[in-house]
Ligand binder design. Structure first.
Ligand SMILES: [Zn+2]
Length: 147
C-alpha cells in the first residue's frame, strides 16, 4: 500500500486494518462465516439514547403519551424543542459502520462514546457541531464542550 493511500480503519476504534485481528477462530464474536475478514459492515444508531437526557420530560407528557410541545417550549425554549426533535430523529436513524471483531458487539451507546472520546472527524460529532451552530442548547454528547 502506498504511503498516501488511506488505509481502511475500524469505524469505532479507528485502528487501521493492518493492526486488526481477523474474524474467525477462537473468540470470534460472530457466528458467521467471516474467517479471515478484518472488517465487517454493520449499522449503528446516529445518536445515543442519552442524547436527549438534558431535557427531562417529567410533567411534559400528555395523556396520549405524546410530548406536550407547548409545555416543553415553555420550560426549555423553542430552540431546544427543535434540537430535541432532530436528536430524536438521529436516535432512530442508522448509518453504516465498518467494524473489527473487538467492536462489533459493543452496544450503540458504548460505541458512540468511544468514537466521541477520540475522534474529531466522527460523524456524530460533526452533526452535533452543526446543530450547535444553529441551536445553542445542543451540548456535545458525553458532556464535552463544542469547539
Ligand atoms: Zn474496532
Amino acid at each position: 500500500m502506498s504511503g498516501n493511500q488511506t488505509e481502511l480503519k475500524c469505524s469505532v476504534c479507528q485502528r487501521p486494518v493492518s493492526e486488526l485481528k481477523p474474524y474467525g477462530g477462537p473468540g470470534d464474536p460472530l457466528n458467521a462465516n467471516l474467517t479471515g475478514q478484518k472488517l465487517v459492515q454493520t449499522r449503528r444508531y446516529m445518536a445515543p439514547t442519552y442524547a436527549t437526557d438534558q431535557w427531562p420530560l417529567t410533567g411534559l407528557i400528555k395523556r396520549d403519551g405524546m410530548i406536550d410541545e407547548a409545555a416543553f417550549i415553555a420550560k426549555y425554549g423553542e430552540k431546544a424543542m427543535e434540537t430535541f426533535w432532530v436528536l430524536t430523529q438521529l436516535q432512530t436513524t442508522t448509518s453504516r459502520s465498518t467494524e473489527c471483531r473487538d467492536c462489533i458487539l459493543l452496544d450503540d451507546d458504548e460505541c458512540l462514546k468511544i468514537q466521541e472520546a477520540g475522534y474529531e472527524r466522527f460523524q456524530i460529532r460533526s452533526i452535533m457541531k452543526e446543530l450547535a451552530a444553529h441551536y445553542p442548547a445542543v451540548k456535545l454528547l458525553g458532556g464535552g464542550s463544542i469547539k
